[in-house]
Design a protein around this ligand. Structure first.
Ligand SMILES: Cc1ncc(COP(=O)(O)O)c(C=O)c1O
Length: 385
């Protein structure tokens, strides 16, 4: 037989999956690997999906998605950021944030292009970049509290740089970017012809101050692709509803890629998403209040255990530094699950610059977090330093 695609054969199963798959092998395992809310989806979302099915809404929609849904996204962005994206021409509904990332990167990249990626970050970008024959260039954020600086970005740009991908609030660190930090990045990038991709899928999950976005800066709007979706904010990861926001002309190209990829998002799911955006604001607040309580507890316990850690301001992850115990986060996480049946994600899953850290999710229940902390404390107590 012929060889499969050379790029595909280089891809590995992500660390998040490797460790969540291990959970089933242990009795009584506490699972802090989750990248999704433990809350149940709201009844008004499910009812809208069911109603759509009962009313035979099972045909293709417009490739960009139902106009009513795009209008709901446009209104939601306006409500949160006071910025208007046009529902007809600047918004594309996709199958989750994942398809949004894939469509945008496939729209932009040629083999040999470089994509700047501040790391540690979400592990979903690099494989797509690789599949396109392009190259990921890391920007180390470990010395700037996981936020890339304008200087670091400027220093990484070369002739071959095609795009930069930001993700904030950041998976796996939980840090987010302030208005001033974004402004400093805008100052650099608005002077270039590089495309900016900003993955703001956790923008509704912010805990201490309102979310700010590159969307608030007109100077970069012409080069800006925003990736987001409802998976995390509305606890509907399985519904697969995401979106891309971009200038009309560029979005037409992304739409072409999307239509050859999946034609449209499943129609009943689009109806559920309309309902989520219309009626979900109170529930988002209620879930966030619970995450804050869990974050605060987890953060305090980790500090008491002596692990250096930044208090997350968004998403539902915390990223303690375990380098005093181990310089091999995969080995550490393996030993942790074997010794005390606690599953976490090794920091190295989020690039080599995540080595020396582990990611813990606080999207689970408070009881699980308390139990996880007790187990981690016991494990560290017995761990040879
Ligand atoms: C930063 C980030 N972007 C995108 C995604 C993918 O989102 P979706 O489930 O909507 O495809 C995830 C999922 O974990 C994520 O953490």
């Amino acid at each position: 037989m012929k060889e499969i695609n050379a790029y595909v054969s280089q891809l590995e199963v992500p660390g998040t999956r490797q460790f969540s798959n291990k959970v089933a092998r242990y009795d009584n395992c506490v699972d802090l690997t989750l990248g999704q809310s433990g809350f149940m989806p709201a009844s008004y979302i499910k009812e809208a999906m069911i109603k759509a099915i009962e009313e035979n809404q099972l045909r293709y929609t417009h490739n960009k998605g139902l106009l009513e849904l795009r209008e709901a996204v446009s209104d939601d962005i306006y409500r949160r950021l006071n910025v208007r994206y046009d529902a007809e021409t600047e918004i594309l509904m996709t199958n989750g944030g994942s398809e949004a990332i894939d469509d945008v990167l496939r729209t932009l990249l040629n083999p040999g292009d470089e994509v700047l990626v501040p790391v540690p970050t979400y592990l979903g970008y690099e494989p797509v970049i690789k599949l396109l024959g392009a190259e990921t260039v890391y920007i180390d954020t470990t010395d700037s509290h996981f936020v890339p600086t304008g200087e670091a970005v400027a220093a990484a740009i070369t002739e071959r740089t095609k795009a930069i991908i930001f993700n904030y609030p950041t998976n796996p660190t939980g840090v987010t970017y302030s208005y001033d930090e974004i402004s400093a990045l805008v100052d650099v990038l608005s002077q270039t012809d590089i495309f900016i991709i900003t993955d703001e899928i956790y923008s509704e999950n912010v805990y201490d101050s309102p979310h700010h976005s590159f969307m608030e800066f007109p100077a970069v709007r012409k080069q800006l692709f925003v990736v987001s979706g409802l998976s995390k904010s509305h606890a509907i990861t399985g519904a697969r509803v995401g979106y891309v926001l971009a200038p009309a002309e560029l979005l037409e190209h992304v739409t072409t890629v999307h239509l050859y990829n999946s034609i449209c998002v499943a129609t009943p799911m689009q109806y559920g998403a309309i309902s989520a955006l219309k009626y979900g604001q109170e529930d988002v607040k209620r879930m966030n209040a619970a995450y804050v309580e869990r974050r605060d507890y987890l953060y305090d316990r980790l500090v008491k255990m002596g692990l250096p850690v930044i208090k997350p301001q968004g998403a539902f992850y915390i990223f303690p530094d375990i380098s005093a115990y181990s310089s091999d986060s995969f080995q550490f996480a393996n030993e942790l699950i074997e010794a005390v049946q606690l599953a976490v994600v090794p920091g190295k899953s989020f690039s080599d610059l995540g080595e020396g850290y582990i990611r813990l999710s606080f999207a689970c229940t408070m009881e699980e977090i308390v139990e996880a902390c007790d187990r981690l404390e016991r494990f560290l107590h017995d761990y040879p330093k």
